[in-house]
Design a binder for this molecule. Structure first.
Ligand code: C5J
Length: 219
């Protein structure tokens, strides 16, 4: 990690997935498994913002007419709880609905980029790739949910496009603890087959060292 050439990516920290009473919980998931990500990710966001690291958020979601949702995706899931159906926090995974937005604890600050994505990966059918190119970054620090779905897909897409990815272990989460553990192991297996993982403490330490190095020396 060297200063100025990386961005922090926050994947899909949305009410539909994380809030008690939301869509994810109505499917029978234990949202506390995702909510444990919030505190370490808040610390990572605060330190990154203070250090001037660009922050990019994504939200999984579709146009209200669902024209960007392939039939194969639309037909998945429980029949009464499909994308576009009424959910506890508005239409499920539809852009502009309350449940599709990012949780208050991790709300983007003015100027931070937010990409709505119809797929699992952040690059597919979004301006995410162009934004990274405009920022001139070559490395991504990736956080968010879920580890084995949208985080993995995004990291795989990024790896194929030449980005070095570091996934923060305690800032990613899954409704399935064994999937989370295995997904993390898959990323860095075989000498970093498509990325690396580390705890947020190591990232915060590295960021503090970079910030110190960049600070003008005082007499
Ligand atoms: C994400 C999903 N964000 N699991 N979506 O991982 O469907």
């Amino acid at each position: 990690m060297s200063e100025g050439d990386f961005a922090l990516v926050v994947i899909d920290m949305q009410r539909d997935f994380l809030e008690p009473g939301g869509f994810g919980e109505t499917l029978g998931n234990d949202v506390s498994l995702l909510r444990r990500v919030i505190a370490p990710l808040r610390a990572v966001l605060a330190a990154s913002r203070a250090a001037g690291v660009p922050v990019i958020h994504t939200r999984e979601g579709h146009l209200p007419d669902l024209s960007d949702c392939p039939p194969a995706k639309l037909l998945r899931g429980a029949p009464s709880k499909r994308i576009g159906d009424p959910g506890p926090m508005g239409r499920i995974l539809v852009r502009g609905e309350y449940g599709q937005d990012i949780i208050d604890e991790l709300a983007p600050t003015p100027g931070e980029l937010v990409f709505d994505k119809p797929g699992k990966g952040a690059f597919h059918a979004t301006g995410f790739g162009d934004a990274l190119a405009a920022l001139g970054v070559s490395r991504l620090v990736v956080t968010g949910v879920t580890t084995e779905v949208c985080v993995h897909t995004t990291v795989r897409e990024a790896n194929d496009r030449g980005y070095d990815c570091l996934v923060l272990e305690d800032c990613t989460g899954s409704y399935f603890p064994e999937f989370h553990r295995t997904a993390l192991r898959m990323i860095s297996a075989q000498g970093g087959i498509f990325g690396w993982t580390a705890g947020s403490a190591a990232y915060l330490q590295a960021l503090a060292e970079l910030t110190e190095l960049a600070a003008p020396a005082t007499a």
